[in-house]
Ligand binder design. Structure first.
Ligand code: CU
Length: 158
């Protein structure tokens, strides 16, 4: 056997040893298992935020009328209409800058992009989303006359 063949032989022995050692470490648990993945965003416990559309007394306003969200966190926006009339939650630019996971309304779960919600009197809906774009957005109710009467708000995504 020439020198080259011996060197090649040794290299194979080294590879073989590394392989066996690696297998033994893996088999005995000495090698760390792959790090457990963090909980995926769409399964993280959402931060709950509640907004009332109108008041039981029939006032035309959002309560609260200023909402703040952080980019990259998962939220459950609980919308509730305690008033005697229907209202809209309209914030299209805001809706364009979020990832909408779903809206839960009664027995129905709606998946995908949502831009506007209409809540009839005494109804609720949960909007689950993750903001992806920061900015200041206008919230308003588009029932004729309501925006003009002051049913507006501000949404800040930071
Ligand atoms: Cu309204």
């Amino acid at each position: 056997m020439g020198r080259g063949a011996i060197a090649l032989g040794r290299r194979w022995v080294r590879w073989g040893l590394a392989l066996v050692l690696g297998w033994v470490m893996w088999a005995t648990g000495m090698l760390p298992a792959e790090a457990a993945p963090a909980t995926p965003l769409h399964k993280q416990t959402p931060i709950e935020v509640t907004v009332e559309l109108g008041t039981a007394a029939g006032e035309l306003r959002f309560v609260p009328d200023r909402l703040t969200f952080d980019v990259g966190k998962r939220y459950k926006l609980h919308l509730s209409n305690p008033s005697p009339m229907k209202h809209y939650f309209t914030a299209k630019d805001f809706a364009d800058g979020i990832w909408s996971q779903k809206v839960d309304a009664g027995n129905v779960e709606i998946k995908g992009a949502i831009h506007e919600l209409e809540l009839r009197s005494k109804t609720v809906a949960d909007w689950v989303f993750v903001p992806v774009r920061s900015g200041e957005y206008t919230l308003r109710c588009t029932v004729p006359g309501h925006t003009e009467a002051g049913m507006v708000g501000k949404i800040i995504v930071q």
